[in-house]
Ligand binder design. Sequence first.
Ligand code: NPW
Ligand code: ADP
Ligand code: K
Length: 503
Amino acid sequence: MLEIISGISVKKVDEGFVLDKGISSHKLMENAALAFCNWFERHYQRNDKVGIFCGHGNNGGDGLAIARMLWRKGYDVIVFLVGENNEPSPDCKLNRELLPDKLPALSMSHEDIAHMEYDLNIVVDALLGVGINRPLEGDYKNLVNKLNSLSGLTKISIDIPTGLPSDDCLAGDAFIADITLSFQSPKFSLLFPEHANYVGQLKVVDIGINQFYLSQFSEGKFYVQKKDIALRHKNFSRFSHKGDFGKVMLVGGSFGSMGAIRMSSEAALRTGSGLACCMVPGCGVDIMQVSLPEAQVWAKKDSDCIDADYLGYNFDRFDAVGVGPGMGTHDTTAEFLRGFLTKYKGPIVVDADGLNILAKHPEQLSLLADRSILTPHLLEFERLAGHCKNHKDRLQKASDFSKKHKVIIVLKGAHTCITFPDGRQFFNSTGNKHMATGGSGDILTGMITSFLGQGYSFENAALCAVFHHGLSGEIASADKKRGTIATDIIKSIPLSYLRLGIE
Ligand SMILES: NC(=O)C1=CN([C@@H]2O[C@H](COP(=O)(O)OP(=O)(O)OC[C@H]3O[C@@H](n4cnc5c(N)ncnc54)[C@H](OP(=O)(O)O)[C@@H]3O)[C@@H](O)[C@H]2O)[C@@H](O)CC1
Ligand SMILES: Nc1ncnc2c1ncn2[C@@H]1O[C@H](COP(=O)(O)OP(=O)(O)O)[C@@H](O)[C@H]1O
Ligand SMILES: [K+]
């Protein structure tokens, strides 16, 4: 699991690793540059004209090393030097000296920036990295704004777009990248929705600092990738029966909103549940039975929403229950939820209108069993936890809320963040904007409930479900892009398992 560490710690990791392993900081920079070039070679042609803009710190040093390596590989490279009035860092200085004589390197004066006209296909931003300690000013600011105004070329940031602070929200200007290639672990602020347009696609490349070493600097924040997830799955044997795969109940739906619970239920089945039963109002029985014959249905005749009469049902026969999709927030439904939370002490997932009811009746929060999983999107979270100034504040509030109520918060969005009561936060790496389509959250509810029902720990259920949900979204949208709809994501759940070699 990749550690997400603060900018200050990056510096300590860097210095400590160099001391501990007896390698030079120059060698570490060479590793970083090589990792960048290996990635670059896989994506770009040698006839592309590459402009590499280098500052006076170690980020600039990376850019200079990259320029030298790409030029040696036969790329058409021009280096632009900025901040020459500042004292360069030692490794930046060394890499300036190591630039081959024949490689064009231009010092950018004030005037050059104002009148810059080069025919480039690719701009590489190696101006400033995690060492930024104030908003951009002077030449750096002018150049970043100039580069941002260029269109029709690919813009790549090294480690972090110049101008973005590594742990805080942006104040001022920043480079707008199409792709950001972050070294070793993603910097915290790259995961904030406010910065999405600056970061573009996020890639993380290994530069050889091992995770064991990094874990000394752990701040309890992790970036979850494919290799972290495969091992968290349970193995089922040749003799496994329906019971081993779990019986789950999905509660929700109301007149005119039956699609949500239908999708949650199908997602639970596609995730592998042995049995899925849905509890719906009477008006939804035909819809469920016709559209999802694999699910059992339990309902009260002639009802339009789940009400307190549903409390007579024996929920204890289920291994896990998901509650909320399409359920509405009627008073009688709130009464049901109060009774249900009092009665059922197995693993639960609360989503959508279940969360909206909790926001309207905060006294019900104390009824949640420890480690209940709540899956709010950003707005649902604010209804529960109050207004958030920005994403950093929101993440802190998620941590406080999780600790206070001893629940797991799955804060949905790009890089969905899973927060545990002990303060750990896991950021997901899968998914894309095409998942921002009605119903995709209902699918996640079904998936988490399914994993809980299969006997996964709370942690593994949340992590595996969020990862597969995102990967299913990526697979579904590969050819449908903007036309992707939620049911496409459900159909791709089996393919997501296959990508991880899980049968
Ligand atoms: N372990 C790792 O991950 C590795 C990290 N590596 C790389 O190192 C990068 C971090 O390097 P870094 O610390 O030298 O910082 P960087 O941002 O290049 O320059 C900071 C300089 O800029 C200045 N300055 C600050 N704000 C400013 C402003 N607004 N406008 C103008 N100037 C400003 C400030 O000086 P000041 O002016 O305050 O005296 C300071 O001297 C990291 O992002 C990664 O690319 C890899 O090489 C290897 C392994
Ligand atoms: N830009 C994005 N990148 C990655 N995942 C996204 C993005 N937008 C939305 N998602 C995912 O799609 C789901 C949307 O959930 P939600 O907002 O509850 O939708 P609904 O209420 O329509 O079911 C979440 O799991 C979220 O993480
Ligand atoms: K940069």
